[in-house]
Design a protein around this ligand. Structure first.
Ligand code: MN
Length: 162
């Protein structure tokens, strides 16, 4: 499981004198739950999938573009929590810094928990997140399903059948 707190790992990896990424704090967006997907051209191109849960952006690195096809499973590697403010970040991370390269917002919007009677935090803990995404590119039901806990948490991101 990811540590409950949180932003320590995020901050430890970055020098905020050198990168324009936000140091941020734990806070709610106040817009319901938000999600963002950032296309990150680092050493390897990937898509950072982030969901607002309990005041931070829970984050996964998805090596291939998220799919609209329910038959396609995308690997999603759990990474450190990011601050809510990261949802607005795009631009360049300087050479030599963690994640050096370019970040572009690929999609963003709000989402709803489709599992009734259970909190998002609990679905994260259980390794079975079911959400309805309302973005520009991605709409409708998606599942994040944990397939491995150690040494790295691996999940699958899958579009639900309509
Ligand atoms: Mn990334």
């Amino acid at each position: 499981m990811q540590q409950q707190n949180s932003l320590q790992n995020y901050r430890a990896k970055r020098d905020f004198k050198k990168t324009r990424e936000p140091a941020g704090q734990k806070r709610q967006s106040g817009r319901g739950a938000i999600f963002v997907i950032q296309k990150h051209q680092a050493r390897n191109l990937h898509y950072d999938f982030r969901l607002e849960i309990d005041g931070v952006l829970k984050s996964w690195a998805v090596p291939k573009e998220p799919s609209l096809n329910p038959a396609v499973k995308r690997l999603a590697i759990a990474v450190e929590d990011h601050p809510l403010d990261y949802a607005d970040f795009s631009g360049t991370i300087p050479q030599g810094e963690y994640g050096a390269g370019t970040v572009a917002i690929w999609d963003r919007g709000t989402f709803a928990n489709l599992r009734k009677g259970i909190s998002l935090a609990k679905t994260l803990q259980e390794g079975q997140i079911e959400i309805d995404l309302q973005g520009q590119r991605l709409h409708g039901g998606y599942v994040l399903h944990r397939i491995r806990e150690k040494p790295k948490e691996l999940w699958l991101l899958i579009k639900m059948k309509e």
